[in-house]
Write a protein that binds this ligand. Structure first.
Ligand SMILES: Nc1ncnc2c1ncn2[C@@H]1O[C@H](COP(=O)(O)OP(=O)(O)OP(=O)(O)O)[C@@H](O)[C@H]1O
Ligand SMILES: [Mg+2]
Length: 274
């Protein structure tokens, strides 16, 4: 690999993976620089979760090499696991426990010294303090996702994988997750996220790779990707607000899901996982 190893957080080269006859990854190359946000964009079945699972050592590649935080996933999987956290495509919080209990459990698993204080700090940071003592079964989809991401930050891993962090969230909850991700990268954490949403990649990512049928078909900054198309034609159109602008203007930019009474009365549809 030609990239400077001191700035390389994630590197993959010629990674291949098949499930039976089905080729899920057909030679994937990636480099992610430390402290940046990298978005892996692709439709259903493109291979995004397979890439994340290989980089996080949940799956072994059939061929190719990958390093994460300086460790080879094939030869040093335990060191890779110590250096990462993975927030999977489907929230992995325990419904029976409260939000605070989930965080404390994770803090103990990660051998963090002051588990209670760590949990309280994260609850505050993710606007979950009011809901801290409620069972997660009563949380909205956005609250679960925020708790899931909060859990992944315990122990300050240098590399974080987020597999479709905002799928199923309402616009406010998506913006809250985006802000948390930006904050993480601002503190030097490397984030690799997968998404099907073009606007999510546009909003968040320093670099974007487009995965299609197991191959990376484009890779670059947003500006570089835009240059792949011919220069835009200038047309004068009246700009109408988007539905998202209208939604946010009416509902407000901050979520209300910390307060169950408010949410039930004022934004019933925002409670549902779509
Ligand atoms: N364990 C498995 N066994 C068989 N096929 C699998 C397995 N895991 C993934 N696949 C197949 O590999 C391909 C890539 O799957 P993957 O889950 O990586 O896609 P994805 O980009 O994450 O899709 P989505 O957006 O739906 O989450 C799909 O065709 C999928 O059916
Ligand atoms: Mg997936």
């Amino acid at each position: 690999m030609t990239t400077n190893t001191s700035t390389l957080a994630i590197g993959a080269r010629a990674v291949r993976k098949s499930f039976g006859d089905h080729v899920a990854l057909d030679g994937v190359d990636l480099t992610v620089t430390k402290g940046t946000i990298f978005a892996l964009l692709g439709p259903n079945g493109a291979g995004k979760t397979t890439v994340v699972n290989i980089l996080s050592t949940l799956l072994k590649p059939d061929a190719g090499t990958a390093t994460v935080a300086g460790f080879d996933v094939a030869t040093h999987p335990a060191d890779v696991r110590e250096s990462i956290s993975l927030t999977g495509q489907f929230a992995a919080v325990d419904e029976i426990l409260t939000g605070r209990e989930n965080l404390i459990l994770m803090a103990r698993l990660r051998r963090v010294k002051d588990a209670g204080q760590t949990a309280d700090d994260l609850l505050a940071r993710f606007q979950l303090t009011d809901a801290a003592k409620r069972r997660v079964a009563t949380y909205s989809g956005g609250m679960r996702r925020r708790l899931d991401i909060a859990m992944s930050l315990i122990g300050n891993p240098p590399v974080i994988f987020l597999d479709e962090p905002t799928t199923g969230l309402d616009p406010q909850a998506r913006i809250e997750v985006w802000n948390s991700v930006k904050e993480l990268a601002g503190q030097g954490t490397t984030v690799l996220l997968t998404t099907q949403y073009l606007d999510e990649a546009e909003q968040l990512a320093d670099r974007i790779a487009i995965l299609h049928q197991g191959r990376i078909i484009a890779n670059g900054t947003l500006a570089e990707l835009k240059q792949l198309l011919p220069p835009a034609k200038v047309e004068y159109v009246e700009k109408q607000p988007t539905l998202e602008d209208v939604f946010l203007a009416i509902v407000g930019a901050t979520g209300t899901d910390g307060d169950p009474a408010m949410t039930a009365a004022s934004a019933p549809t925002s409670k549902e996982q779509r």
